[in-house]
Design a protein around this ligand. Structure first.
Ligand SMILES: [Zn+2]
Ligand SMILES: [Zn+2]
Length: 223
């Protein structure tokens, strides 16, 4: 069987750039290659003022990159278990940074470790530390499974209706949008005057992920 060449080998320039970014912005994180997989390992420091409360902490993380990075985003582990597994973690004990499409929508805007750390990992850690210290979620809390997805799409499309969500996702699966079509939210507005930007953001996500999501929602709509 042909081995899939990892991204750090077939795109050396990109790997060097990611290393430079980390050396400058996250000097306590270090790239390491183990068994052909790229990892980013070390301490991440968080500090922020949220609702007039100072949050400051650090976490030792092991971030695993998929071989096809940046066409897929990394997975984050926190091996010292400062974050209990009954907090937002996945079945493989990686940190649950959000639903797949929610993470994708942010990550695939820039496909880089910078956006992944700054817009996904750090907000997650700040949310954890704030919740631990003040017993509430500063940025809200997402449910798991279908419930979490519906909450996410409700924020995005202003609907929890599964067939409307499928219509939105089907537009995001296309390569081009037609602005004069009527928006699926049924506002009566043309797409370009309504959910245009929202759908455009989703169009940066790999189509395979969108198709998987549509297939999953179709199952829910007939069950
Ligand atoms: Zn979660
Ligand atoms: Zn709309």
């Amino acid at each position: 069987m042909a081995q899939i060449k990892s991204w750090h080998i077939h795109d050396k320039i990109f790997f060097v750039n990611e290393q430079k970014y980390i050396a400058v912005n996250f000097p306590d994180l270090h790239f390491k290659v183990e068994n052909g997989y790229v990892f980013l390992i070390g301490t991440i420091h968080i500090s922020a003022n949220i609702n007039d409360k100072i949050i400051s902490d650090n976490f030792w993380l092991k971030i695993k990159f998929p071989p096809n990075y940046p066409h897929m985003y990394p997975t984050v582990f926190e091996p010292r278990h400062k974050i209990p597994s009954d907090f937002h973690t996945n079945p493989d004990y990686s940190l649950c940074l959000g639903t797949e499409i929610e993470i994708s929508q942010i990550f695939f805007q820039q496909n880089s470790i910078g956006v992944f750390l700054n817009k996904l990992v750090i907000p997650y850690l700040l949310g954890f530390a704030y919740h631990r210290d003040y017993n509430e979620f500063p940025f809200g809390e997402r449910g798991h499974g279908l419930k979490g997805k519906l909450e996410f799409y409700n924020e995005l499309f202003n609907t929890k209706n599964i067939s409307k969500i499928i219509k939105f996702l089907s537009l995001a699966e296309k390569d081009k949008l037609r602005g004069h079509c009527i928006c699926p939210c049924q506002s009566g507005e043309k797409l370009r005057n309504c959910h245009w930007k929202v759908i455009h953001n989703l169009m940066t996500i790999p189509k395979s992920l969108i198709r998987k999501e549509i297939a999953e929602f179709r199952k829910h709509s007939i069950s």
